[in-house]
Write a protein of this length. Structure first.
Lengths: 327, 288
């Protein structure tokens, strides 16, 4: 355990100083890493629900609502994204309650929960497109440029600033994950995931826990969406809401393994690295080929590594250990 | 105020759209009810079949009925392939993995179609006369599609109720374990179900291509609404899915005329979400 902790600290220090060591990181590497941090954070937020059997296929709803709220407030009212984020997260929390409360009250679980959340994701995406007068519809919306580096606008020319912000965000996500993992809520949520009626019968307030974890997951997802919008300084209904991005989040998490701290990060890093590699490999030739291979690999991964990469590796290590002792 | 003629026209169009949506929903519902896995990529199979009809009719110049038959055969083949290659290995996996495997198929089909055929919209042009009913123009293509989808659904009904394998399929959808105990081979039932479900996708493709242009993201446009209809009707409940199709298509068509196409879908999804809470077992289920 201490070995793992020391290794973690070492990696973290490496990540912290790397942008300033000349020749180690090009701007492109930093760009990829920022995306990995932000989407890992979002994947971690999803897994807070996913690990308890609340398989949401509509996290795009929270992502889109967050990103568009802060962007619209900045573009039209000049409200700093810091305050915009607070408003966006409050709004997202509201949406999460509207979705989670009836779902829990009426025992909408499993496939049904997945499809309800999928519908919510589509509603948000279509509303963004329908309100094209201020959201720009399916063409998307550019975050209004401040013209200079500005902490108020959260716009910086140097990608390294975003690198550290994203790194911080990612660490916050890990911290929240550990807190939930060690809390009473975890035992309660696991009991609910196993058998709701039995959990209720021993005095667990099912609705309170379910709504609570959904709100937490949704608010963090919105924060991730805002961070991504600020970094890319462009929002688009198809990349931030709807079924496509919702499925991508779930893919990355399941690929990595949703029951472990670093599972979402491993999965996200792998899918983003893969997508970037394929994109660079094919460039503007063979449009669609990169995504084709991506889809194919996802199917293969799901079939052959059902516990996710991180989960499978851990299983292998565990299986290896007793035999090593025996030998 | 909106002209009542427009509303009436929208209602008629909704009714005609409902027929094809019902066909899609029944195919998906059959698979869902029997194998208990949502094929997220179901409508993307339809998209592939639509391309097949387009190439056969528009590029190779064969008659439309030949394209339709080929589409049905291709659909059945795709259904079998999906079952053998993707579903069989994950039959006992966690539900989220099952969803994701077919979700991966969705990405694969969408982008492979983009790669092969680009994102151009392609349509099959048939020269059909236009009908007028009470001053409302009615598309003959849609009328034909509606009639044929009703026929196809009747065929499915007869297949499920009158044939031996159809009875077996219904038995599995009622109780998977009991069926195996009775000595039936579920794998064979699954295969036939997937083939029939795929064939329904092929029929739907042939009927859709004469009304809509096909493009790689066709599945993304029609997919979610198809899942909603299945759930709204009650999973595995064929009659429910049939009724739900018409409710949804009317909601989409009428509110599409009053507000906008997107708002039509938004309202349809909201109706779906509310209905799940009010009647979780589907619109025809008795409240428990």
């Amino acid at each position: 355990m201490t070995g793992a902790r020391a290794l973690g600290l070492l990696v973290l220090m490496g990540l912290a100083v790397a942008p300033f060591v000349p020749g180690v990181m090009r701007e492109y590497t930093i760009h990829v890493l920022v995306q990995i941090f932000i989407w890992s954070f979002i994947g971690g937020a999803w897994s807070l629900m996913g690990r308890f059997g609340l398989t949401s296929l509509g996290h795009g709803a929270f992502l889109g609502l967050g990103a568009y709220t802060s962007t619209l407030l900045w573009n039209f009212f000049g409200l700093t994204p810091w305050l915009g984020a607070v408003a966006a997260m409050a709004l997202t929390a509201g949406l999460a309650v509207i979705v989670a409360y009836p779902c829990s009250r009426f025992q909408v679980v499993g496939h049904y929960f997945g499809l309800v959340t999928l519908a919510v994701g589509e509603v948000v995406r279509l509303l963004i497109i329908a309100e094209r007068d201020w959201t720009g519809g399916s063409l998307g919306l550019t975050v209004k440029a401040a013209g200079h580096d500005s902490l108020v606008a959260v716009q910086f020319a140097d990608k390294r600033v975003f690198y550290y912000l994203a790194l911080g965000l990612w660490l916050i996500g890990l911290y929240v994950w550990v807190r939930v993992d060690r809390s009473m809520a975890r035992s309660a949520m696991e009991a609910i995931g196993e058998d709701e009626t039995a959990a209720a019968s021993v005095g667990i307030h099912v609705t309170r826990f379910k709504v609570g974890i959904t709100v937490l997951s949704a608010v963090l997802t919105a924060a991730g969406g805002i961070a991504y919008a600020q970094y890319i300084s462009y929002v688009n209904p198809d990349t931030l809401a709807g079924i496509g991005v919702s499925l991508r989040i779930v893919f990355a998490v399941v690929l990595g393994g949703m029951y472990s701290l670093l599972g979402p990060t491993v999965g996200t890093a792998l899918t983003i690295a893969l997508a970037e590699y394929l994109r660079v490999l094919f460039g503007l030739k063979f449009i669609g080929m990169a995504e084709t291979i991506y889809g194919l690999l996802l199917i293969l991964f799901i079939i052959f590594l059902p516990a996710g990469i991180y989960g499978t590796v851990r299983q292998l290590v565990r299986r290896r250990r007793p035999t090593a002792v025996a030998a | 105020m909106i002209d009542p003629v427009f509303l009436a026209e929208a209602a008629v169009n909704g009714l005609l759209l409902g027929g094809v949506l019902a066909l899609l929903a029944l195919g998906l519902n059959l698979i869902f009810g029997v194998i208990d896995i949502v094929w997220i990529a179901y409508v993307d199979l339809v998209m592939i079949c639509m391309y097949a009809v387009y190439f056969i009719v528009q590029v190779y110049g064969w008659p439309i009925w030949a394209g339709g038959l080929a589409s049905v055969a291709l659909g059945a083949l795709l259904g079998v392939l999906v079952h053998l290659l993707i579903i069989t290995p994950i039959l006992t996996s966690a539900p989220v993995n099952q969803l994701l495997a077919t979700g991966g198929l969705l990405f694969f089909l969408q982008s492979f179609a983009t790669f092969l055929w680009t994102t151009d919209h392609r349509s099959v042009r048939l020269t059909l006369p236009r009908l007028e009913l009470f001053d409302m123009p009615i598309s003959v293509a849609r009328l034909i599609a509606f009639a044929l989808s009703i026929l196809a659904m009747l065929g499915l009904y007869l297949f499920l109720s009158r044939t031996y394998i159809g009875t077996a399929i219904r038995a599995v959808s009622q109780d998977r374990e009991a069926m195996a105990l009775m000595g039936a081979n579920p794998q064979r039932v699954y295969l036939v179900t997937s083939a029939v479900g795929g064939a329904m996708a092929g029929v739907a493709a042939a009927l859709l291509i004469i009304q809509y242009a096909v493009h790689p993201f066709f599945g993304a446009a029609f997919g979610p609404i198809t899942f909603m209809i299945c759930v709204l009707g009650g999973l595995g409940n064929m009659v429910g899915a049939f009724v739900a199709s018409f409710i949804m298509s009317e909601v989409i068509a009428v509110s599409g005329v009053i507000w906008s196409t997107e708002m039509g879908y938004v309202i349809a999804f909201v109706v779906f979400i509310v209905m799940i809470f009010v009647r979780p077992g589907g619109i025809l289920a008795k409240r428990g």
